[in-house]
Write a protein that binds this ligand. Structure first.
Ligand SMILES: Cc1cc2nc3c(=O)[nH]c(=O)nc-3n(C[C@H](O)[C@H](O)[C@H](O)COP(=O)(O)OP(=O)(O)OC[C@H]3O[C@@H](n4cnc5c(N)ncnc54)[C@H](O)[C@@H]3O)c2cc1C
Length: 379
């Protein structure tokens, strides 16, 4: 057997928001020798590409386990943001102005009405607004608006500041971080994890968290359940908006805009199956700009600042994959967060740290278990 170049108690594959937040939660619970192995730089992939919306209600058509998980995580954010600020001095800009959802057509209105009905019946906070009332909240919205919903508790966070805060917190907690190092494979002995093979050499450890985002399925081997994570490209456009033209995150059924404190106005996004290609395309930018202009014609006068794209990690059933697997002791999954990884960061960190440190398998870990997928070898 190869000599290890390092030993660790827990190794985390991937330094996106998910891997970073789990490392912090583990270190806070007293886990020693936590190592993050990141192929690129921290947060370089989907986590920095995201729009940072914490908006479970705005897009949900029904209640259920996933919706509940999203709402629980959203509700953890104020304390999560506060503790990160106390640990690092970094404000992750958790906005509390709420989210507006606009209807422009009869069909949009029907969709909003259904959402309003089920959410009110479920006792959730949602306001129905006429176009005039919506305009009082956001004077910039287009004359074409017919009606709107306001979700006062759906908010946003500056995800790039979240990455910095988590990285700084981990540094203070003594978490080891390797960047520019890739994990080639998990090493197993019978049904136990023994370590990971990396581009730097073998790391011996008995617990590994797989948080590789869209690349997850490339690192798991034939003895492990395979959630068949695929990359789903999302393109983004950013405008310069000083002074800022909106206060809320504003959605329509076709797109959204997100005002940031630094004067950027983000607009998104696309949902594309383009493999691992992260390029921005003319058609992508065209559709994003068209949706943003539908929301507010004020966009037309704004200078375009930048464009980018990221890869959302989507499991075969579109749901997150969280917790240990029955087959292999020491292998933990934290992946498949698809469109909601920023939103689900606090709850994922808690659930994973609880099961790794205290062996607590709470109900969400049963619902979103990797064991719902087949082993790679039995496909
Ligand atoms: C355009 C866009 C908009 C979005 N908007 C929102 C939003 O508004 N709200 C929301 O909640 N979510 C949003 N998301 C989704 C969110 O960004 C993701 O769900 C989340 O970032 C996933 O985090 P992660 O840490 O799992 O993945 P990533 O951030 O992709 O991190 C995975 C990391 O693992 C590393 N890695 C992979 N394989 C290896 C390996 N073999 N060895 C070493 N390192 C490896 C990668 O380099 C990467 O840094 C959006 C995504 C996109 C693309």
């Amino acid at each position: 057997m190869t000599e290890p170049i390092k030993t660790a108690d827990v190794t985390i594959i991937g330094g996106g928001v998910i891997g970073l937040a789990i490392a912090r939660a583990l270190a806070q619970r007293g886990a020693r020798d936590v190592l993050i192995v990141e192929r690129s730089s921290l947060g370089a992939e989907a986590s920095s590409a995201a729009a940072g919306m914490l908006a479970p209600q705005a897009e949900a058509d029904s209640a259920g386990d996933f919706f509940q998980l999203c709402c629980q995580s959203r509700d953890l954010y104020p304390a999560f943001a506060q503790s990160l600020y106390e640990e690092t001095g970094i404000d992750i800009e958790l906005e509390t102005s709420g989210t507006l959802y606009l209807a422009f057509t009869e069909e949009d209105e029907r969709e909003l009405e259904q959402r309003y009905q089920w959410q009110t019946r479920a006792g959730l906070e949602v306001e129905k607004l006429s176009a005039e009332a919506a305009r009082l909240h956001e004077p910039c919205i287009s004359d074409g608006v017919r009606a709107a919903l306001r979700f006062p508790f759906d908010t946003q966070v500056e995800n790039r500041r979240l990455i910095s805060a988590l990285a700084t917190a981990n540094e203070a907690l003594g978490v080891n971080v390797w960047t520019g190092v890739s994990v080639d494979s998990l090493k197993l002995n019978r049904n136990r994890v023994t370590g990971i093979e990396t581009s730097r050499g073998f790391v011996a450890c008995e617990k590994v968290v797989i948080a590789g985002g869209a690349w997850t399925s490339q690192v798991i081997n034939e003895a492990l359940p395979n959630p068949r994570i695929e990359p789903v490209r999302g393109q983004m456009v950013s405008f310069e908006a000083t002074p800022q033209i909106a206060r809320h995150v504003i959605y329509s059924p076709r797109g959204y805009i997100v005002p940031r404190r630094d004067g950027r106005l983000l607009a998104g996004s696309t949902t594309e199956h383009a493999g691992f290609d992260k390029r921005v395309t003319a058609a992508g930018v065209q559709s994003i700009v068209a949706s943003a202009l539908e929301i507010t014609p004020a966009i037309a006068a704004l200078p375009l600042a930048s464009t980018w794209a990221g890869l959302r990690p989507r499991a075969a059933d579109g749901l997150p994959v969280l917790g240990p697997c029955a087959e292999i002791a020491g292998a933990f999954y934290a992946t498949g967060h698809y469109r909601n990884g920023i939103l689900l960061t606090p709850i994922t960190a808690e659930l994973l740290a609880n099961v790794i440190v205290d062996e607590e398998v709470s109900p969400p870990l049963q619902i979103f278990s990797p064991d719902r997928f087949q082993l790679v070898s039995s496909r």
